[in-house]
Design a protein around this ligand. Structure first.
Ligand SMILES: NC(=O)c1ccc[n+]([C@@H]2O[C@H](COP(=O)([O-])OP(=O)(O)OC[C@H]3O[C@@H](n4cnc5c(N)ncnc54)[C@H](OP(=O)(O)O)[C@@H]3O)[C@@H](O)[C@H]2O)c1
Length: 250
């Protein structure tokens, strides 16, 4: 088992699902959890090779990980991901609903099909993943929903995308109340603009401009925050939105 960084309580022996972990922020979360000793389920939708690459990298450092395909916009697949994890490892400690896709669209251009896809991936799928997870999560477990700091601004041109994240944030608050009796915490981490290697130059410059640090966030910046939220040190934190945007101002 890989050794933890020693800065927080270890995740040794814990089983964590990270949805959308074949790249970007999800990948960084999976790698950080593994460093902290967790067994990680690297979920992906289409990119099997990328997911396997993440798994191989974790294993090369002595960690334990498996890749599991599931389209998180499909309720049956979201449920299957949780059930298969539980069947394979006999326990579930952490669910991170990270899978997402930035789908900016002006109101006048949005189609009903696109709107439904956005909501299915970033609100409905995570909701039912949480429902399934709630049945098997260990007492003291953790749910983290990845939203977006832009949800807290008047950013235009992505209202459906940010609306789906707002729904996820609202689920977080109520479910924190529903699951607290078992010591399970439910929190939102809302990243600011984060450099996953695919941002357009305009968007990169925008992100740098609104940052007091004058740089973009890195996936590791977000992963380290999520690692704290799932740690024992964060046991008194639930129903919260953690603004992981590097203090961005809009
Ligand atoms: N990057 C940012 O600036 C930023 C800012 C705020 C919030 N966020 C949020 O952070 C999360 C991760 O974003 P990212 O930028 O790291 O994204 P990313 O690099 O594009 O990675 C997206 C991940 O989600 C997976 N995915 C996409 N559709 C899926 C589906 N239907 N079912 C299961 N997995 C699916 C992808 O898997 P495949 O490779 O198999 O397609 C991939 O692993 C998202 O929720 C996003 O909204 C990102």
């Amino acid at each position: 088992m890989a050794e933890g960084k020693g800065t927080m309580a270890s995740l040794s022996g814990k089983v964590a699902i990270i949805t959308g972990a074949s790249s970007g922020i999800g990948r960084a979360i999976a790698e950080r959890f593994s460093q902290d000793g967790a067994i990680v389920v690297v979920n992906y939708a289409k990119n099997r090779e990328k997911a396997q690459h993440v798994v191989t990298g974790i294993q090369a450092k002595g960690g334990k990980a498996v890749a599991m395909q599931a389209d998180m916009s499909q309720v049956a697949e979201a449920r299957r991901l949780v059930l298969d994890t539980f069947k394979q490892f006999g326990r579930l400690d952490i669910l991170v609903n990270n899978a997402g896709k930035f789908m900016p669209k002006l109101l006048v251009e949005m189609t009903e099909v696109e709107f439904d896809q956005i909501m299915a991936l970033q609100a409905k799928g995570p909701y039912f993943a949480m429902q399934e997870a709630a049945k098997v999560l260990k007492d003291g477990g953790r749910i983290v929903n990845i939203s977006s700091e832009l949800t807290h601004t008047n950013f235009a041109g992505a209202t459906a995308h940010l609306g789906s994240k707002a729904a996820l944030e609202q689920f977080t608050k109520g479910l924190a109340q529903e699951l607290a009796s078992r010591g399970i915490t439910v929190n939102t981490v809302a990243p600011g603009i984060t450099d996953t290697g695919v941002l357009t130059e305009d968007y990169r410059q925008f992100g740098i401009q609104i940052s007091p640090f004058k740089r973009l966030g890195l996936p590791k910046d977000i992963a380290d925050v999520v690692a704290f939220v799932v740690s024992d040190d964060a046991r008194w934190l639930t129903g919260q939105i953690i603004h992981a945007g590097g203090g961005m101002v809009m």
